[in-house]
Ligand binder design. Structure first.
Ligand code: SF4
Length: 381
């Protein structure tokens, strides 16, 4: 990182480099600067010339320092540098595969599940992930964190007392200043039905400088507050990110990770095992592993669903249970998060349940059916 800074941002003082606002102001967005820092492939250059697809391009200097200079296939580089494949909308893909717009009673609020809502407070991110599920809105400048828009969402939550859990997301919610975030959290806390607030963020990964003592002091006033952090690859678990997670964990914020399964980036057991172990060491509980949503231009990132199942099979039993995330396919059309798991129950033989353990060995567990059910089964024969 020091070499990178010296080469490309020699004028930046330590204070500036560690200031999240400086990082955001100096994010890399144009072909000329990318070309100066990276040895671009022909395909990357073409994609950058076209200016990204639905989603803008932007990478913080910090995250840029983690990218390979000359390997367009490097995992982290593929997640943030566009390729021409993202201009192709393949079969089954759409701009809004989860039908969030249909389930949005007011702009920036998605009410899909009975007791919780997704509150999109901003559409801005410091670094744009090329597979973003919300690329139809993210970076388009339509979801401003204005008081009037946020008030409409808050008033919907106030008038629907079945809502007990609010997930604040975006875009990147931590791109809001501390005062605006504090105001949102205070207003949510004033709603008697809201028991839990969660923040979905990638800031500790792409902009760990955002996790300041002031931010953490403000957040801890709003417990119970949970945080889901978007991690993709073990190479993101740097000392800076680790420090940011430690500050949040020390403030009593339970941390979980959300990871999108991406072809040739994290779609093998060894990479995922390294990631979940490093997350556990950083006090981040691996929570969800997502099948890549069918967003336009994401086919080159998508793996078969079976790959996710095999990864879970390769983790369960081979590392701590706490480190095994739930593999999720978000059902297209708004069906919701659907867990997909390896099958460990082989079947039933008489009073025995036949189980397959993590090593593939078969075991019998005596599990007689309740008497009433036994009679019903007999009657059916
Ligand atoms: S940080 Fe989240 S919202 Fe922003 S581009 Fe990445 S996936 Fe999309």
């Amino acid at each position: 990182m020091r070499l990178f800074r010296r080469a490309f941002f020699p004028e930046a003082s330590d204070r500036e480099w560690n200031d999240w606002r400086w990082q955001v102001r100096h994010r890399i967005q144009d072909l000329e600067t990318f070309e100066r820092i990276l040895h671009l492939s022909h395909d990357e250059r073409l994609a950058l010339e076209r200016g990204g697809s639905m989603l803008p391009v932007g990478v913080t200097p910090y995250y840029m320092s983690l990218l390979s200079y000359d390997d367009p296939g490097q995992a982290l580089r593929r997640t943030v540098i566009p390729s021409t494949a993202e201009f192709v909308c393949g079969p089954g893909e759409s701009a809004d595969p989860l039908a969030e717009e249909e389930m949005s009673p007011v702009p920036g609020l998605v009410h899909r599940y009975p007791d919780r809502v997704l509150f999109l407070v901003s559409d801005f991110c410091s670094t744009y992930c090329r597979y973003c599920t919300r690329s139809r809105v993210v970076g388009h400048g339509t979801l401003h964190p204005t008081v009037s828009r946020l008030e409409r969402a808050l008033s919907y939550i106030r008038s629907n007392p079945e809502i007990r859990d609010v997930l604040i997301s975006g875009g990147e919610p931590l791109m809001l200043g501390d005062d605006r975030l504090d105001w949102i959290l205070t207003e949510l806390r004033r709603i008697p039905s809201v028991e839990v607030v969660r923040i979905g963020t990638k800031a500790p990964v792409v902009l760990p400088q955002r996790i300041t003592p002031q931010l953490v002091r403000m957040l801890r006033r709003h417990h119970p507050l949970w945080m889901s952090i978007h991690f993709t690859h073990p190479d993101e678990c740097t000392p800076e990110t680790s420090r940011a997670c430690a500050m949040l964990a020390d403030a009593g914020i339970p941390l979980g990770s959300q990871t999108v399964l991406l072809r040739d980036i994290n779609d093998d057991v060894e990479t995922m095992k390294r990631l979940v172990r490093r997350l556990m060491a950083m006090r981040v509980r691996p929570y969800y592993l997502y099948q890549c949503d069918q967003i336009c231009g994401s086919a080159h990132f998508r793996t078969p669903v079976e790959t996710g199942v095999e990864i879970i099979r390769g983790l369960r039993g081979f590392t701590s249970g706490y480190a095994v995330p739930t593999f999720i396919v978000d059902a297209p059309g708004g069906g919701g998060k659907t867990p997909v798991m390896p099958e460990y129950v082989v079947g039933r033989e008489g009073d025995d349940l036949v189980l397959r353990n993590y090593q593939g060995d078969l075991y019998r567990y005596r599990d007689p059916r309740p008497a009433g059910e036994r009679a019903a089964v007999k009657g059916r024969r």
